[in-house]
Design a protein around this ligand. Structure first.
Ligand SMILES: C[S@@+](CC[C@H](N)C(=O)[O-])C[C@H]1O[C@@H](n2cnc3c(N)ncnc32)[C@H](O)[C@@H]1O
Length: 196
């Protein structure tokens, strides 16, 4: 299976989006509502219909970049967040992104990329974060029986991917997952150290 932009674009165009929960993920909402500085630069990679971006916008965050290479995903976002300017949309490959962010939010993007690309994901997030910046969000705490996507894993596997780059502050079973994912998600917070 070639997990390229056309694969994902076709999923959105045919309405075959079982990963899309239709609203912002509660563990991510609970995390961002504790952030006091609304000016921080936030990236949501593989944002899809970007429910989390709509939540951030409602909360007063404006310095948000949403990246996805399936432009069809963003049609709905434009209706949901009509005031969000064009420069906040990064339509293209996450691995080609430029910029410097304070926070990268992970919600079912890591599980959508091939496991062989996971080390590149960690390296790219490291590159895109400012020193002291955070990579936070959700990872599946489950190995799926069917071939992915989604591709799952466990805390030990993820720690070995991220620890060469990040300080792992938290990687624990999420307490407030949506019910179909209850018990199957880890909430994590990683920090790019000031000196690596
Ligand atoms: C499983 S979906 C998750 C979408 C959204 N985060 C959600 O939870 O509804 C994975 C998303 O990542 C996007 N994607 C996959 N690989 C990508 C890449 N290399 N660059 C940009 N977007 C990518 C897909 O187009 C898709 O929208």
């Amino acid at each position: 299976m070639n997990l390229n932009a056309a694969f994902w674009q076709d999923k959105y165009q045919s309405g075959d989006t079982p990963w899309d929960i239709g609203y912002p993920s509660p563990p991510i909402c609970n995390f961002v509502t504790k952030l006091s500085d609304k000016d921080i630069a936030i990236l949501i990679p593989g944002a899809g219909k970007a429910h989390e971006a709509a939540f951030l916008w409602q909360q007063g965050f404006r310095n948000i970049a949403i990246c996805d290479w399936a432009s069809a995903a963003f049609e709905e976002v434009q209706r949901k967040i009509p005031d969000m300017p064009a420069e906040n949309y990064r339509i293209g490959n996450f691995f080609d992104l430029n910029g410097q962010f304070d926070l990268i939010l992970e919600q079912t993007f890591f599980c959508a990329i091939a496991p062989a690309q996971r080390a590149d994901y960690a390296a790219k997030c490291f590159e895109l974060l400012k020193p002291g910046g955070l990579l936070a969000g959700l990872l599946f705490n489950k190995v799926f029986e069917k071939p992915g996507p989604p591709f799952g894993g466990d805390a030990q596997t993820y720690q070995s991917i991220f620890s060469p780059y990040f300080t792992i502050h938290k990687m624990i079973p999420a307490e407030d997952s949506i019910s179909p994912r209850n018990g199957n998600e880890l909430f994590f917070v990683l920090e790019k150290p000031y000196v690596n």
